[in-house]
Design a protein around this ligand. Structure first.
Ligand SMILES: Cc1ncc(COP(=O)(O)O)c(C=O)c1O
Length: 434
C-alpha cells in the first residue's frame, strides 16, 4: 500500500474560496484540497500530493483527466470557431445530435443542448408538459435534479432544497430503496409495492392525468439506489396509463457508466420518451442534453434558444468522449472492472459490520455505512472518518445519501483493476479504524 503523508496545504486558494465564495459552496475534508493538475486517473493538489481520483468531480471526468483525444478535439475546435449560439448550425452540434439518435434506445431522435444537468431536466419537464398539455409530474423521493426552481421542486432531498417547492404540481413517489424499503417489505415478495403505489399517488395527489414520470435509473445523489428488476416496467406502465411520458434522468448513469450499455435505463425493458444527461458527456466540459421522440420535440411550440447550448467546443468534446468510449470498449471495461470493484466492496461488507449495504452497477458502486446492521441506523460520522483517512492515503472518494452515510465511487470508465485495488486497499485500511 502506498500511504502518502500529505504535505500540509495551507492553501491560499482554499482560504480565498472560504472568504469570497458563498459558504454554501462547501468543500470536502476538514482541511480542504485545492486541485491543481490531473492526468488520467490521478490528480495533484497545490502542495504536490498525488491522489487516485475515484470520484471524477462527481462522475464527470469519464475518460480520464486531460484525456488526449478530448483535449485535442477541444483545442482544434477552439482554433476553428468557439461560439455560434443555436441561431446558426455548427457541425459538431449536428454530428452529435445524429450520433445521439444512433446510440439512444427506442425512438429518441431530436436533441436540445444546454450547459448543465439542471437545464437538461428543466427542458425535459417543459417539453413533457407542452407535448401532453398536462402539468403534473411524478418524481422520486431521494432524487436529485438540480438547482433551478423546477428542478429544486422536483428534488427529493431536504438538505439540497434551500426553499420550499416553488413550482406546483410535482409529487414524490416512494423510492425503490430496497435496503430501506418504505413498505418494510423484501423483494420479490413485495410485489413491487413501491411501483404499485404510484397508481395511488397519481389518483390521490394529482388530477389523475400527468405529464410525466421522471426518474434516475439509479438514484445518484440519493446514494446509488438501484431499483429492483421489474420496477421501471411497472412504474412506467402506470405512468403511461395516466397519460404520462417517461423521462429517464441519465445525468449520472449514462455513457457506459453502468456497464455494457450506453444508458442506465437499458438495464430495464422500457423505452423512455425523453432522456437527459450531462456530467460525463463532456469529460468535464460544461454540457447538458435533452433528447426526445419526434412527437415530443415537435410539440415544443414557439421559439427557444440557449446562448451556450450546442457550443461547438462542448459538442466537439462530447463527440470525442463518445469516440473514446467506443474505440476503447469502455462500456465493457466498466462492466468488467466494475465487477471487480463490486467483489472487493462485497468482501469489505463481510469483514466490517459498519458496511450495511453494497450496491450499484458497473463503475457506479457505493457502500452504505450503519451503526448497527439490525436497526440500520445511519453512520455519517463513520463516512467522515473514512473520508479523512482515505485522503491521507492518497485516494479521493465521494459521498451521498439522504443521511450522508453512503460512500460513493465514480471511477473513470477507463480505470483498471489495479486502480480498483488501490481504492479497495485504502478503504480496507480505513474501515479497520472506524
Ligand atoms: C441525476 C442528476 N440530475 C441532474 C443533476 C443536475 O446537474 P447539474 O449539476 O449539471 O446542473 C444532477 C447533478 O448532480 C444529477 O445527479
Amino acid at each position: 500500500m502506498s500511504t502518502t503523508e500529505p504535505q500540509a496545504s495551507l492553501s491560499e486558494t482554499v482560504r480565498k474560496h472560504k472568504e469570497f465564495l458563498f459558504p454554501a459552496v462547501a468543500m470536502f475534508y476538514a482541511d480542504p484540497i485545492a486541485l491543481e493538475r490531473g492526468e488520467g486517473e490521478y490528480v495533484w493538489d497545490e502542495a504536490g500530493n498525488r491522489y487516485l481520483d475515484c470520484w471524477g468531480g462527481i462522475l464527470t471526468v469519464s475518460v480520464g483527466h486531460g484525456n488526449p483525444q478530448v483535449t485535442d478535439a477541444v483545442i482544434e475546435q477552439l482554433k476553428r470557431i468557439h461560439h455560434t449560439t443555436t441561431l446558426y448550425a455548427n457541425k459538431p452540434q449536428s454530428e452529435l445530435a445524429e450520433k445521439l439518435h444512433q446510440i439512444t434506445p427506442g425512438r429518441l431522435k431530436k436533441s436540445f443542448f444546454t450547459n448543465s444537468g439542471t437545464e437538461a431536466d428543466d427542458t425535459a419537464i417543459h417539453a413533457a408538459k407542452l407535448a401532453t398539455g398536462r402539468h403534473e409530474i411524478v418524481v422520486l423521493r431521494h432524487s436529485y435534479s438540480g438547482r433551478s426552481a423546477t428542478s429544486l421542486s422536483a428534488m427529493g432531498q431536504a438538505p439540497w432544497r434551500p426553499l420550499p417547492a416553488q413550482v406546483a404540481g410535482i409529487v414524490h413517489a416512494h423510492a425503490p430503496y430496497c435496503y430501506r424499503c418504505p413498505f418494510k417489505l423484501t423483494y420479490p415478495e413485495c410485489g413491487l409495492a413501491c411501483a404499485e403505489d404510484i397508481e395511488e399517488l397519481i389518483m390521490t395527489t394529482t388530477t389523475g392525468e400527468i405529464a410525466a414520470f421522471m426518474a434516475e435509473p439509479i438514484l445518484g445523489v440519493g446514494g446509488f439506489i438501484v431499483p429492483p428488476p421489474g420496477y421501471f416496467e411497472r412504474a412506467v406502465e402506470i405512468a403511461r396509463k395516466h397519460g404520462g411520458l417517461f423521462i429517464a434522468d441519465e445525468v449520472q448513469t449514462a455513457w457506459g457508466r453502468t456497464g455494457d450499455k450506453w444508458w442506465g435505463i437499458e438495464h430495464w425493458d422500457v423505452e423512455p420518451d425523453i432522456i437527459t444527461s450531462a456530467k460525463g458527456m463532456g469529460n468535464g466540459v460544461p454540457i447538458g442534453m435533452t433528447i426526445a421522440t419526434p412527437e415530443v420535440a415537435d410539440n415544443f411550440p414557439g421559439l427557444t434558444f440557449s446562448t451556450f447550448g450546442g457550443n461547438p467546443v462542448s459538442m466537439a468534446a462530447a463527440l470525442a468522449v463518445i469516440r473514446v468510449i467506443e474505440e476503447e470498449d469502455l462500456r465493457r471495461n466498466a462492466a468488467v472492472v466494475g465487477a471487480h470493484l463490486r467483489a472487493r466492496l462485497d468482501a469489505l461488507k463481510e469483514k466490517y459490520p459498519v458496511v450495511g449495504d453494497v450496491r450499484g452497477k458497473g463503475l457506479m458502486q457505493a457502500i452504505e455505512l450503519v451503526k448497527d446492521r439490525e436497526t440500520k441506523e445511519p453512520a455519517p460520522e463513520a463516512v467522515l472518518k473514512v473520508f479523512e483517512e482515505t485522503k491521507r492515503r492518497g485516494v479521493l472518494i465521494g459521498k451521498g445519501g439522504l443521511y450522508g452515510n453512503v460512500i460513493r465511487t465514480g471511477m473513470m470508465l477507463n480505470s483498471t483493476k489495479d486502480h480498483v485495488d488501490e481504492l479497495a486497499e485504502a478503504l480496507d485500511a480505513t474501515l479497520a479504524t472506524v
